[in-house]
Ligand binder design. Structure first.
Ligand code: OAD
Length: 272
């Protein structure tokens, strides 16, 4: 039985990537018409690019921020939220809506020992919109901007915050800018302490919709397997780290995941 042993509940850690949001209408990164297809990563997704050509970087992310207004969670996001509410046991507070990174780190630590933790590389807000609460967005979140001087992070999604031609000035230092709250190449992902804590204690790691190209996330399957977790993949096609998984389900996540979750929850109910 996947989620329950005679001795009690198992811990499930989930890692998602762009593939889970594909059927909500958001492009993945590495597909033929993917996000990176028209852009070089070094031009839009590095701290050097922000210094060299902030207008280009700003425009790239403002268009992606605006795209959030027209997308909704699909059945795969909703299936993960159902799974979480069925198996998590600890109460969890709301994620901060403004503040400093330390406040988010504290929030992520508060549930890293729970029976369910969802790590996402996605910067959209579709997991929260679907109702997932034990969520670590390790590559940042499009909804937020961050002051490049003080580090204060603020949710900014009103119409006046979404103009691709107009920077938002930081209130901290004259001429300072609010930057996308996104982890760029060369920067440290967020929540790594809570993430490794969850991975080391996982009995099951479920990975959905990611090519495994970007580290450290591409290596999580090896970390969890080395600690004895069963590793399960749901992906459109076999990714480059496919050999690391115990179980592989190929197909669109919005088709495959809801029936897998139904199966696991039915087993759980029979066992309780
Ligand atoms: P990729 O674009 O690299 O990979 C998306 C994966 O999803 C591929 O393996 C596809 O086969 C799969 N896929 C596509 N449609 C799917 C569907 N409907 N159902 C299931 N799977 C599907 O995206 P990521 O692996 O998320 O980082 O990329 C990882 C990171 O690379 C991103 O977070 C981003 C990028 O550079 C940063 O920006 C820091």
């Amino acid at each position: 039985m996947l989620l329950r042993t005679d001795g009690g509940g198992k811990r499930l850690v989930v890692l998602t990537g762009a593939g889970i949001s594909a059927e909500s209408g958001l492009p993945t990164f590495r597909g033929d018409d993917g996000l990176w297809a028209g852009h070089r990563i070094e031009d839009v997704a590095t701290p050097q690019a922000w210094i060299r050509n902030p207008e280009l970087v700003w425009r790239f992310y403002q268009l992606r921020r605006r795209a959030l207004l027209r997308v909704e969670p699909n059945p795969a996001h909703i299936a993960l939220a159902r799974l979480e509410s069925a198996i998590s046991r600890m109460t969890v507070g709301d994620a901060p809506d403004s503040g400093y990174l330390e406040q988010w780190e504290e929030h992520w630590e508060s549930f890293s020992n729970d029976r369910f933790v969802l790590i996402t590389q996605n910067v959209d807000d579709l997991h929260s919109a679907a109702g997932s609460a034990r969520l670590i967005p390790m590559h940042g979140q499009l909804r937020f901007l961050r002051c490049e001087h003080s580090g204060v992070i603020i949710e900014m999604m009103d119409e006046q915050h979404l103009d691709p031609d107009c920077f938002i000035l930081s209130s901290v230092r004259e001429g300072g800018l609010m930057r996308p709250h996104i982890v760029w190449f060369g920067e440290q992902p967020f929540g790594m302490h809570a993430i490794y804590n969850a991975l080391y204690k996982a009995d099951v790691l479920l990975v959905v919709g990611t090519s495994g190209h970007v580290y450290p996330a591409g290596g999580f399957v090896h970390e969890a397997a080395a600690n004895g977790a069963r590793t399960i993949l749901v992906n459109l096609e076999a990714p480059q780290n496919a050999e690391a998984f115990d179980e592989i389900h190929l197909g669109p996540a919005a088709d495959v995941l809801p029936s897998l979750v139904d199966e696991w929850l039915a087993e759980l109910e029979q066992g309780s």
